[in-house]
Ligand binder design. Structure first.
Ligand SMILES: [Fe+2]
Length: 240
C-alpha cells in the first residue's frame, strides 16, 4: 500500500526516551522506509516530572532531523506532533501552546498511566472534548479500564474520542491478550489509528508495513486505507 503514515513514534533525537542521537534517528527512519512508510508524525513525549523537554528544543532537534532525513529520503515527509500525558492543567497548556497538539491541529495524542481508572480517563477525555479538542487515546489497549471492558472503548468513541492501538499489539508481539483485544476492536470498527510507537530498531521498532498488510488481508482494503492513510491525513491536511 502506498502513502502509509506512522502517526505515533519517538524518532526526534535527544528529547525523550526514543532516539538518543541523530544516528539513532536515521536508523529508525531506514526501518520506517523499509516498511513502506512515507509520512511520519513525530510524537515526542510531554509528561510532567518525567519528560519536560522544552518545545523550543524539540523544534530545533526536529529541524535538524528534517534536514538530515531530506538528504537520504527526499520523498519522506516528517511532521511534528506530540504525545501528551494527561494532567490537570492540560486544557490551558494545550490552548496556549499548539505544539502540544498533533501538528497544531485540534487533535491531541493523549496518554494515560496504567494506574488511571475509568472515571479519570472518562473525565479527562470529556474535559478535552468540551474544550474543543479531539483526544486520540494513545495505545488504548494498554489501559485496564479499556481492555477489560470493550464497552468503555465504545463509550469513549461515542463521546467523540478516537482510539489508537500499536502495530506490535495488533501483530501479537505484546502478548496474546492484547492481540485478541486489538482484533476485537478492529472488528467492531473502534480503531481509528494504528501507530508504531517506535523508540528504536530493536525491541520497540516499527511494524507499520507488516501491520497494514495484515489489516488489509483481514479487514479489507477500505479499513486499512482509512486507518493508515486517510485518518492520519487529518493531522496534516493543512500542511500538504
Ligand atoms: Fe509513545
Amino acid at each position: 500500500m502506498n502513502g502509509l503514515y506512522d502517526m505515533h513514534c519517538h524518532i526526534i533525537p535527544g528529547v525523550d526516551d526514543g532516539a538518543r542521537t541523530l544516528r539513532d534517528s536515521m536508523e529508525i527512519l531506514r526501518d520506517e522506509r523499509a516498511q513502506g512508510v512515507e509520512n511520519i508524525i513525530l510524537t515526542p513525549h510531554f509528561r510532567m516530572n518525567m519528560f519536560e523537554t522544552s518545545r523550543d528544543v524539540v523544534e530545533k532537534n526536529y529541524r535538524a532531523l528534517v534536514e538530515q532525513a531530506g538528504k537520504e529520503f527526499p520523498e519522506m515527509k516528517l511532521y511534528l506532533g506530540c504525545e501528551f500525558h494527561s494532567n490537570h492543567d492540560m486544557t490551558d497548556m494545550l490552548r496556549t501552546d499548539p505544539r502540544y497538539r498533533m501538528c497544531g491541529t485540534r487533535y491531541v495524542l493523549l496518554e494515560f498511566s496504567s494506574a488511571h481508572d475509568t472515571g479519570y480517563i472518562r473525565n479527562r477525555s470529556y474535559t478535552l472534548i468540551s474544550s474543543g479538542f479531539t483526544p486520540v487515546i494513545a495505545h488504548c489497549e494498554r489501559y485496564s479500564p479499556v481492555y477489560r471492558h470493550i464497552d468503555f472503548a465504545e463509550e469513549l468513541c461515542d463521546m467523540g474520542a478516537m482510539l489508537q492501538v500499536n502495530a506490535a499489539s495488533v501483530l501479537g508481539m505484546d502478548g496474546f491478550g492484547m492481540k485478541m483485544f486489538c482484533r476485537k476492536m478492529l472488528k467492531r470498527g473502534l480503531v481509528s489509528f494504528i501507530g508504531s510507537d517506535a523508540h528504536n530498531t530493536s525491541d520497540r521498532s516499527t511494524h507499520i508495513g507488516e501491520c497494514a498488510d495484515f489489516v488489509e488481508k483481514k479487514y479489507g482494503s477500505h479499513t486499512a486505507r482509512r486507518i493508515f492513510i486517510h485518518n492520519p491525513q487529518m493531522f496534516t491536511a493543512d500542511q500538504l
